[in-house]
Every structure is written in structure tokens, then in C-alpha cells.
Write a new protein. Structure first.
Length: 558
């Protein structure tokens, strides 16, 4: 008789916390609690992550995804926390891989605390995600970041009122300066210790038929899965036919099944009930749900944000934005901006290049030759070390180092100023016409700094077809190894043909033409690929144009 105990998990048994996390590719390790960090892109979420974890972090990919995952750890008040930086996303409705990963971790991983980072300067739009998170979990904290930039633009956020409206703790922070981080740590510790009780704001449909269907389905879920805290949100997703939620209910992954309940319903019966109720609902009920979230966000923001005096402050930004993105002025300004950067690079590099050449070639090389002769080195060894290695190194340093030292801080300056998203906005229509993704403009811009970084950045493109087009055509963007070479060739062969006063302009114009030729070839190659071996239609995407801000000097040299 076989008495060996069967350790195979039953499909109707709940997954313990460790098993749930391992299924999502996460190991609890020595941590006592799991904290998830969610938020829109460009809200300073990574800055908050770094402020909490310091150097105790590592990166990887989510299982089966090309989406980066960052984990870190921190200790506070005797507790050890593992912090998981979820992908930046605008919604949890699973239209993209980023949204699916973030939603699944909060729903199935059930972190002990979910910190939602929102931008104080864009509170109304960011509250959309915060409200969606509050429909899934009651263990949440809202971190209103970039409060310093909000104050600079005359925006005041009422933290207490916001906490009252959302029903969860709210922390006002400026993570870049470390402001509010201690309070955030305290709120996280209070929440896991049970010293803080959350009563998150729940949303109700304004359509009676939808609310009745949700209540009926929620009642069925409560009889089958009495321990899940987010039954209404699961019911909503079942009514919408979300395949991942349907699968989770069918497999029992969503929570512990209660077979002892008098009116117990099987998961299959719940899914069938959702299918039947779906026919009673208006076809646009999903759109109306989204509209309701945005309307609720607007109400909350209007009550807790004081924007007196911002109209004057933002007038110059709106006018400048209009010039930078206008169909008639946007492209010429973009070309002129690139020409200015190239001209400053070429003209500015002349003096340091000449000084380095004098130091390393005119003075350093003869000195090393004399030292080699004094040491009685064989002629072949002296030739390899002095005439070969040293001369090559000296030439590269004197010719390529000054242009790179000027070009990349200028390029970073434009990025920090917020200009690169405007470049993507201007080029989006052209990329769509050639069958490519608009985000390819961003990867091409990054390719100007480094082709490897441009290729890695293509992971933000969801479509495999469009991602492959972006990877193949990225080589037409001049990378950091080719900019100095192009500048050198233009200076040596073209600048000498004109008076010295025009040498910099001619050299910059020549390099600009090469760069524009690369952009043109990118368009042509993308069109050929999208109409031959990589056929398909261009997909749409959301591009956020951030406020134009004063660049931080520390970033230009980091």
C-alpha cells in the first residue's frame, strides 16, 4: 500500500503568498512585506524607487515579457520590505503588455501595499490610474510627487482633502530632493502594521442595468470566493469578457473557493452567468465606465487643486509648444535645432582638439620616442607601442573626445528640456504613413546617441512587426561613434574650401545633410519593409508631452 502523501496542489485550493509571487516570477526572499510601486510614465516613479531602495536593487524582465522589472529592498522600523517597480502605465484595462503586467501583479500577487505615484502638475489625469487601483486593492497609498514643480507653476495640492476623497493615505513628495520620503516610509509601515485603515473610494455606475448586473455577479462571486476584496472590479471585467480574468476565475486563481457555502456556485456557472448578463448591457458600457472614471478624477482634482495664477505662467509654454509642434514651424525648428547643436559641437571642439593634438601628438610622441631609444627598445617593439598604439590612442582622443564631450551634453540638454517628445510628435504622422510605429521616432532619436540604446528602446513598441522595423532601420541614425567621424571628414575636406569664418557653418551643414539623409533612408526603408516582408497597418499610441522645464545641470555631466 502506497502511503506517500500527494503534494500536488488542488485546483480549488488557494495559492499561498509565496506561490502566487513565484508564479509571477517573484521571490519573497527574506522580506517580510511586498510593496508595489505603480504610476503613470514620467511621474518620477523611478526616482521614488531609488530614494526608497538606494543601491539595494536589481533589474530583470517579467516572465515571458520583454518588459523590464526592477526590484529593491529597504528596512524600516524593524520590518524588511521588498519594493517592486511596476511598468509605467496609464490604465489597468490591459490594452498593452505594460498594463497587463501591472494589473496582474496587483490583482494576483496581492502586495501588502500598493504605492501609486502621481504627478502633482497633472493630478486630474493621473488620478485615473489611482482610482482604478483603488477598485482592485484597499491597501494603497497615493504619493503625489513633483510637488516642487507644481509650486513653481503656481499649483497647490491639498493633501488632506485628497486623502479624504480617495479614502487612503496621501503623501506630498519631491523625491528628487528627498522631501516626503520619510513620511511615505511611515505610512507604509503604518499600513502593514494595521495602524492605518483604508476605505478606498468605490465607483458606482450611473446605468441601473449595469449596476444590477454587477450586483448579481458580485453576489455570485462572494458565494464562490468569499475572501477576495475586489469582487466588484472582477465582476466588471467578467462582464467585459476580459480573457485573463475569465481564466483566473475558471482556474480558481482569483481566490479561495468556498464549497461549503449553501448557495455555492461553480466557476463555470459564474462565467456562464457573466455571458448571459452581458447581453442585457448597452454596447458602450465600457466606454461609459471609462468616462465615469475621468469625470470622477476631474471632480476630485477640482476640489483639491488650486491653480490660481497658473494661466499667466503657462502662457509662454503653450505658445512655445505651439511653435515647436505646429505643422509649418515644427519641422524647420527641428532641423535648425539639430544644425545649431552640430555647429556648436564643431566650432567648440576646434580649440580643445588643437590643444590635445599639440599635447599628445606634437609633444608627447617625440618624448616617448626618445624614451624608447633611451631604453634601447627593439625597433619593432617601439613601433608597436609608440607609433602604433600610442599614436592611434592620441589621435582618437584629440579628434573624437572634444566633439563627444560637447555633443552629448547638448543632446541631454534638449532631452531634459522636454524637446525630444516634440520631435516624436512632429515625426509621428510621417512614420504612420510609411507603416511604422510613431514611437520609432523616439528610438531613432536615441539612436543618435547610441544605436545599441536605440535598439534596446524598441521594447516600448508592442507590435513585433513594428518593433522589427525599428530595429532594422535604427542603423541609419548616426551613433556616437559616427558623429565625430562625420565631423572630422567635413572639417578636413569641406571646411578648408571656404574662408575660416564660414568653416564651422559649412562643416555643420555637411554633417546635418548626412543626418537628414539617414532620416530619409529610415523612412524609405520602413516603407519598403512595411509593404513587403513586414506587411501590416501602423498602430496608434499615446504620447505625453510634458511641460517644458529648466534642465538640471547635474544631469548634463552624469
Amino acid at each position: 500500500m502506497n502511503t506517500k502523501k500527494d503534494t500536488t496542489p488542488c485546483r480549488d485550493c488557494p495559492l499561498p503568498a509565496v506561490s502566487r509571487l513565484e508564479k509571477l516570477g517573484m521571490k519573497l526572499g527574506k522580506a517580510d512585506f511586498i510593496v508595489a510601486l505603480a504610476g503613470n510614465p514620467n511621474t518620477g516613479k523611478s526616482t521614488v524607487f531609488n530614494a526608497l531602495t538606494g543601491l539595494r536593487q536589481h533589474t530583470g524582465n517579467w516572465p515571458g515579457k520583454t518588459i523590464a522589472r526592477a526590484e529593491g529592498g529597504f528596512s524600516f522600523n524593524g520590518n524588511r520590505f521588498k519594493l517592486v517597480d511596476l511598468p509605467g502605465t496609464y490604465s489597468l484595462l490591459s490594452a498593452t503588455e505594460d498594463e497587463e503586467v501591472a494589473r496582474n501583479f496587483i490583482l494576483f500577487g496581492r502586495p501588502d501595499v500598493t504605492v501609486v505615484v502621481i504627478d502633482a502638475t497633472r493630478l486630474e489625469r493621473n488620478l485615473n490610474l489611482a482610482l482604478q487601483v483603488l477598485q482592485i486593492t484597499s491597501k494603497a497609498i497615493v504619493c503625489v510627487n513633483l510637488i516642487d514643480e507644481a509650486k513653481a507653476h503656481g499649483i497647490t495640492v491639498e493633501g488632506r482633502g485628497l486623502a479624504r476623497d480617495l479614502g487612503v493615505p496621501v503623501v506630498l513628495a519631491a523625491a528628487r530632493q528627498g522631501e516626503g520620503i520619510d513620511q511615505l516610509l511611515t505610512e507604509i509601515d503604518n499600513l502593514v502594521a494595521g495602524r492605518t485603515t483604508c476605505n478606498p473610494r468605490r465607483l458606482r455606475y450611473d446605468i441601473p442595468a449595469v449596476e444590477e448586473s454587477l450586483e448579481e455577479l458580485e453576489s455570485a462571486l462572494s458565494r464562490a470566493f468569499p475572501n477576495i476584496p475586489h469582487r466588484k472590479w472582477v465582476a466588471l471585467r467578467l462582464l467585459e469578457g476580459d480573457p485573463r480574468i475569465v481564466e483566473a476565475v475558471a482556474s480558481g486563481e482569483i481566490g479561495l473557493l468556498d464549497k461549503d457555502h449553501d448557495t455555492y456556485m461553480k466557476p463555470e456557472q459564474i462565467i456562464e452567468l457573466a455571458s448571459q448578463l452581458r447581453w442585457k448591457l448597452p454596447q458602450d458600457f465600457h466606454d461609459r465606465w471609462v468616462e465615469m472614471i475621468y469625470a470622477e478624477s476631474a471632480k476630485i482634482a477640482s476640489r483639491n487643486v488650486d491653480q490660481d495664477g497658473t494661466a499667466t505662467r503657462l502662457t509662454w509654454e503653450r505658445r512655445l509648444d505651439w511653435l515647436l509642434t505646429n505643422r509649418w514651424t515644427g519641422m524647420p525648428i527641428m532641423v535648425l535645432m539639430l544644425a545649431l547643436v552640430l555647429w556648436l559641437t564643431i566650432v567648440g571642439a576646434n580649440v580643445p582638439s588643437s590643444m590635445l593634438a599639440t599635447l599628445l601628438l606634437d609633444n608627447g610622441h617625440p618624448l616617448l620616442k626618445q624614451l624608447a631609444e633611451s631604453a634601447h627598445l627593439p625597433w619593432w617593439l617601439s613601433g608597436v607601442l609608440v607609433d602604433g598604439l600610442y599614436l592611434t590612442m592620441a589621435w582618437v582622443i584629440s579628434v573624437m573626445l572634444p566633439p563627444m564631450a560637447i555633443f552629448f551634453p547638448l543632446f541631454t540638454l534638449l532631452e531634459d528640456f522636454g524637446y525630444l517628445p516634440r520631435v516624436a510628435f512632429n515625426l509621428d504622422n510621417i512614420f504612420s504613413r510609411v507603416g511604422a510605429h510613431g514611437k520609432q521616432a523616439l528610438t531613432m532619436s536615441m539612436g543618435w546617441g547610441c544605436n545599441a540604446a536605440g535598439v534596446v528602446a524598441t521594447r516600448v513598441i508592442d507590435s513585433p512587426r513594428e518593433r522589427l522595423i525599428a530595429i532594422i532601420t535604427n542603423n541609419f541614425a548616426l551613433c556616437n561613434g559616427r558623429w565625430p567621424t562625420q565631423i572630422l571628414l567635413a572639417t578636413v575636406f569641406l571646411a578648408v574650401l571656404v574662408p575660416p569664418a564660414l568653416a564651422g557653418v559649412v562643416a555643420a551643414s555637411a554633417v546635418l545633410c548626412i543626418a537628414l539623409l539617414g532620416v530619409f533612408l529610415t523612412f524609405v526603408s520602413s516603407w519598403i519593409l512595411s509593404n513587403t516582408v513586414l506587411r501590416g497597418e501602423a498602430s496608434t499610441f499615446t504620447l505625453e508631452l510634458l511641460l517644458l522645464v529648466r534642465p538640471r545641470r547635474s544631469r548634463q555631466w552624469s
